[in-house]
Design a protein around this ligand. Structure first.
Ligand code: FES
Ligand code: FES
Length: 216
């Protein structure tokens, strides 16, 4: 059997391509690859800058936004880098160091605060998303010299050792009580399970929440 293709299936002579001003596919890929590498390396090809200094500065500058929120009853307005977490805003801009940075990845609960009454990991919450929000941190729980009942219960139950997790535990406990998840020690444990205590004070933490919820 013949293996020759019919004439209609054979591409036209290559003269048409060779005389065309358009670059071949191989040349095009070679050129764009080289250009891409040069741009990544600094926007310069053969000593000629492709990106002006103003464009380069604009590309380097991270976008920022203005945000207004209420923290512990005080209205605050700030301009923040859009990537700033609520935790960094609280600690580094507002000087509220009570919320702790443990994992900075949503795994330990040391950074727990209340946003509009709901518990959140502030390390995973973008500050720019909080326009108009009400934020409560551990610094905002006491009324003057009078501790919040859960703060008092932590002291009475001796529910901490090193204390690093304690602000997050207390804020999470306040949320747990407000949500009504306190019908049993097991339920409290379940709803506080996102808050890790490396010192292992769990039994006493649960007792403190139970006491505050009025079960003892
Ligand atoms: Fe936010 Fe660990 S620091 S969850
Ligand atoms: Fe030390 Fe909880 S008291 S980590």
């Amino acid at each position: 059997m013949s293996t020759e293709l019919p004439e209609s299936a054979v591409p036209p002579p290559t003269d048409a391509h060779e005389s065309s001003p358009a670059p071949s596919r191989r040349a095009f890929i070679a050129t764009t690859t080289a250009v891409g590498g040069a741009v990544v390396a600094g926007g310069v090809i053969g000593g000629t800058s492709l990106v002006g200094p103003e464009e380069a500065a604009a590309a380097d500058a991270s976008p920022s936004s203005r945000v207004s929120l209420t923290v512990n009853g005080t209205r605050r307005s700030v301009t923040v880098d859009n990537r700033t977490s609520l935790l960094d805003l609280l600690r580094e801009r507002f000087g509220l160091g009570g919320s702790k940075k443990g994992c900075n990845a949503g795994a330990c609960g040391a950074c727990t605060v209340l946003v509009d009454g709901r518990r959140v990991n502030s390390c995973l919450t973008l500050a720019v998303r909080l326009e108009g929000a009400e934020v409560t941190t551990i610094e905002g729980l006491a009324e003057g010299d009078e501790l919040h009942p859960l703060q008092q219960a932590f002291i009475e139950q001796d529910a901490f050792q090193c204390g690093y997790c304690t602000p997050g535990q207390i804020m999470s406990g306040v949320g747990c009580i407000q949500e009504g998840h306190t019908d049993s020690p097991e339920e409290i444990r379940e709803w506080l399970s996102g808050n890790i205590c490396r010192c292992g004070c769990y039994v006493k933490i649960v007792r403190a929440v139970e006491q505050t919820a009025g079960r003892k």
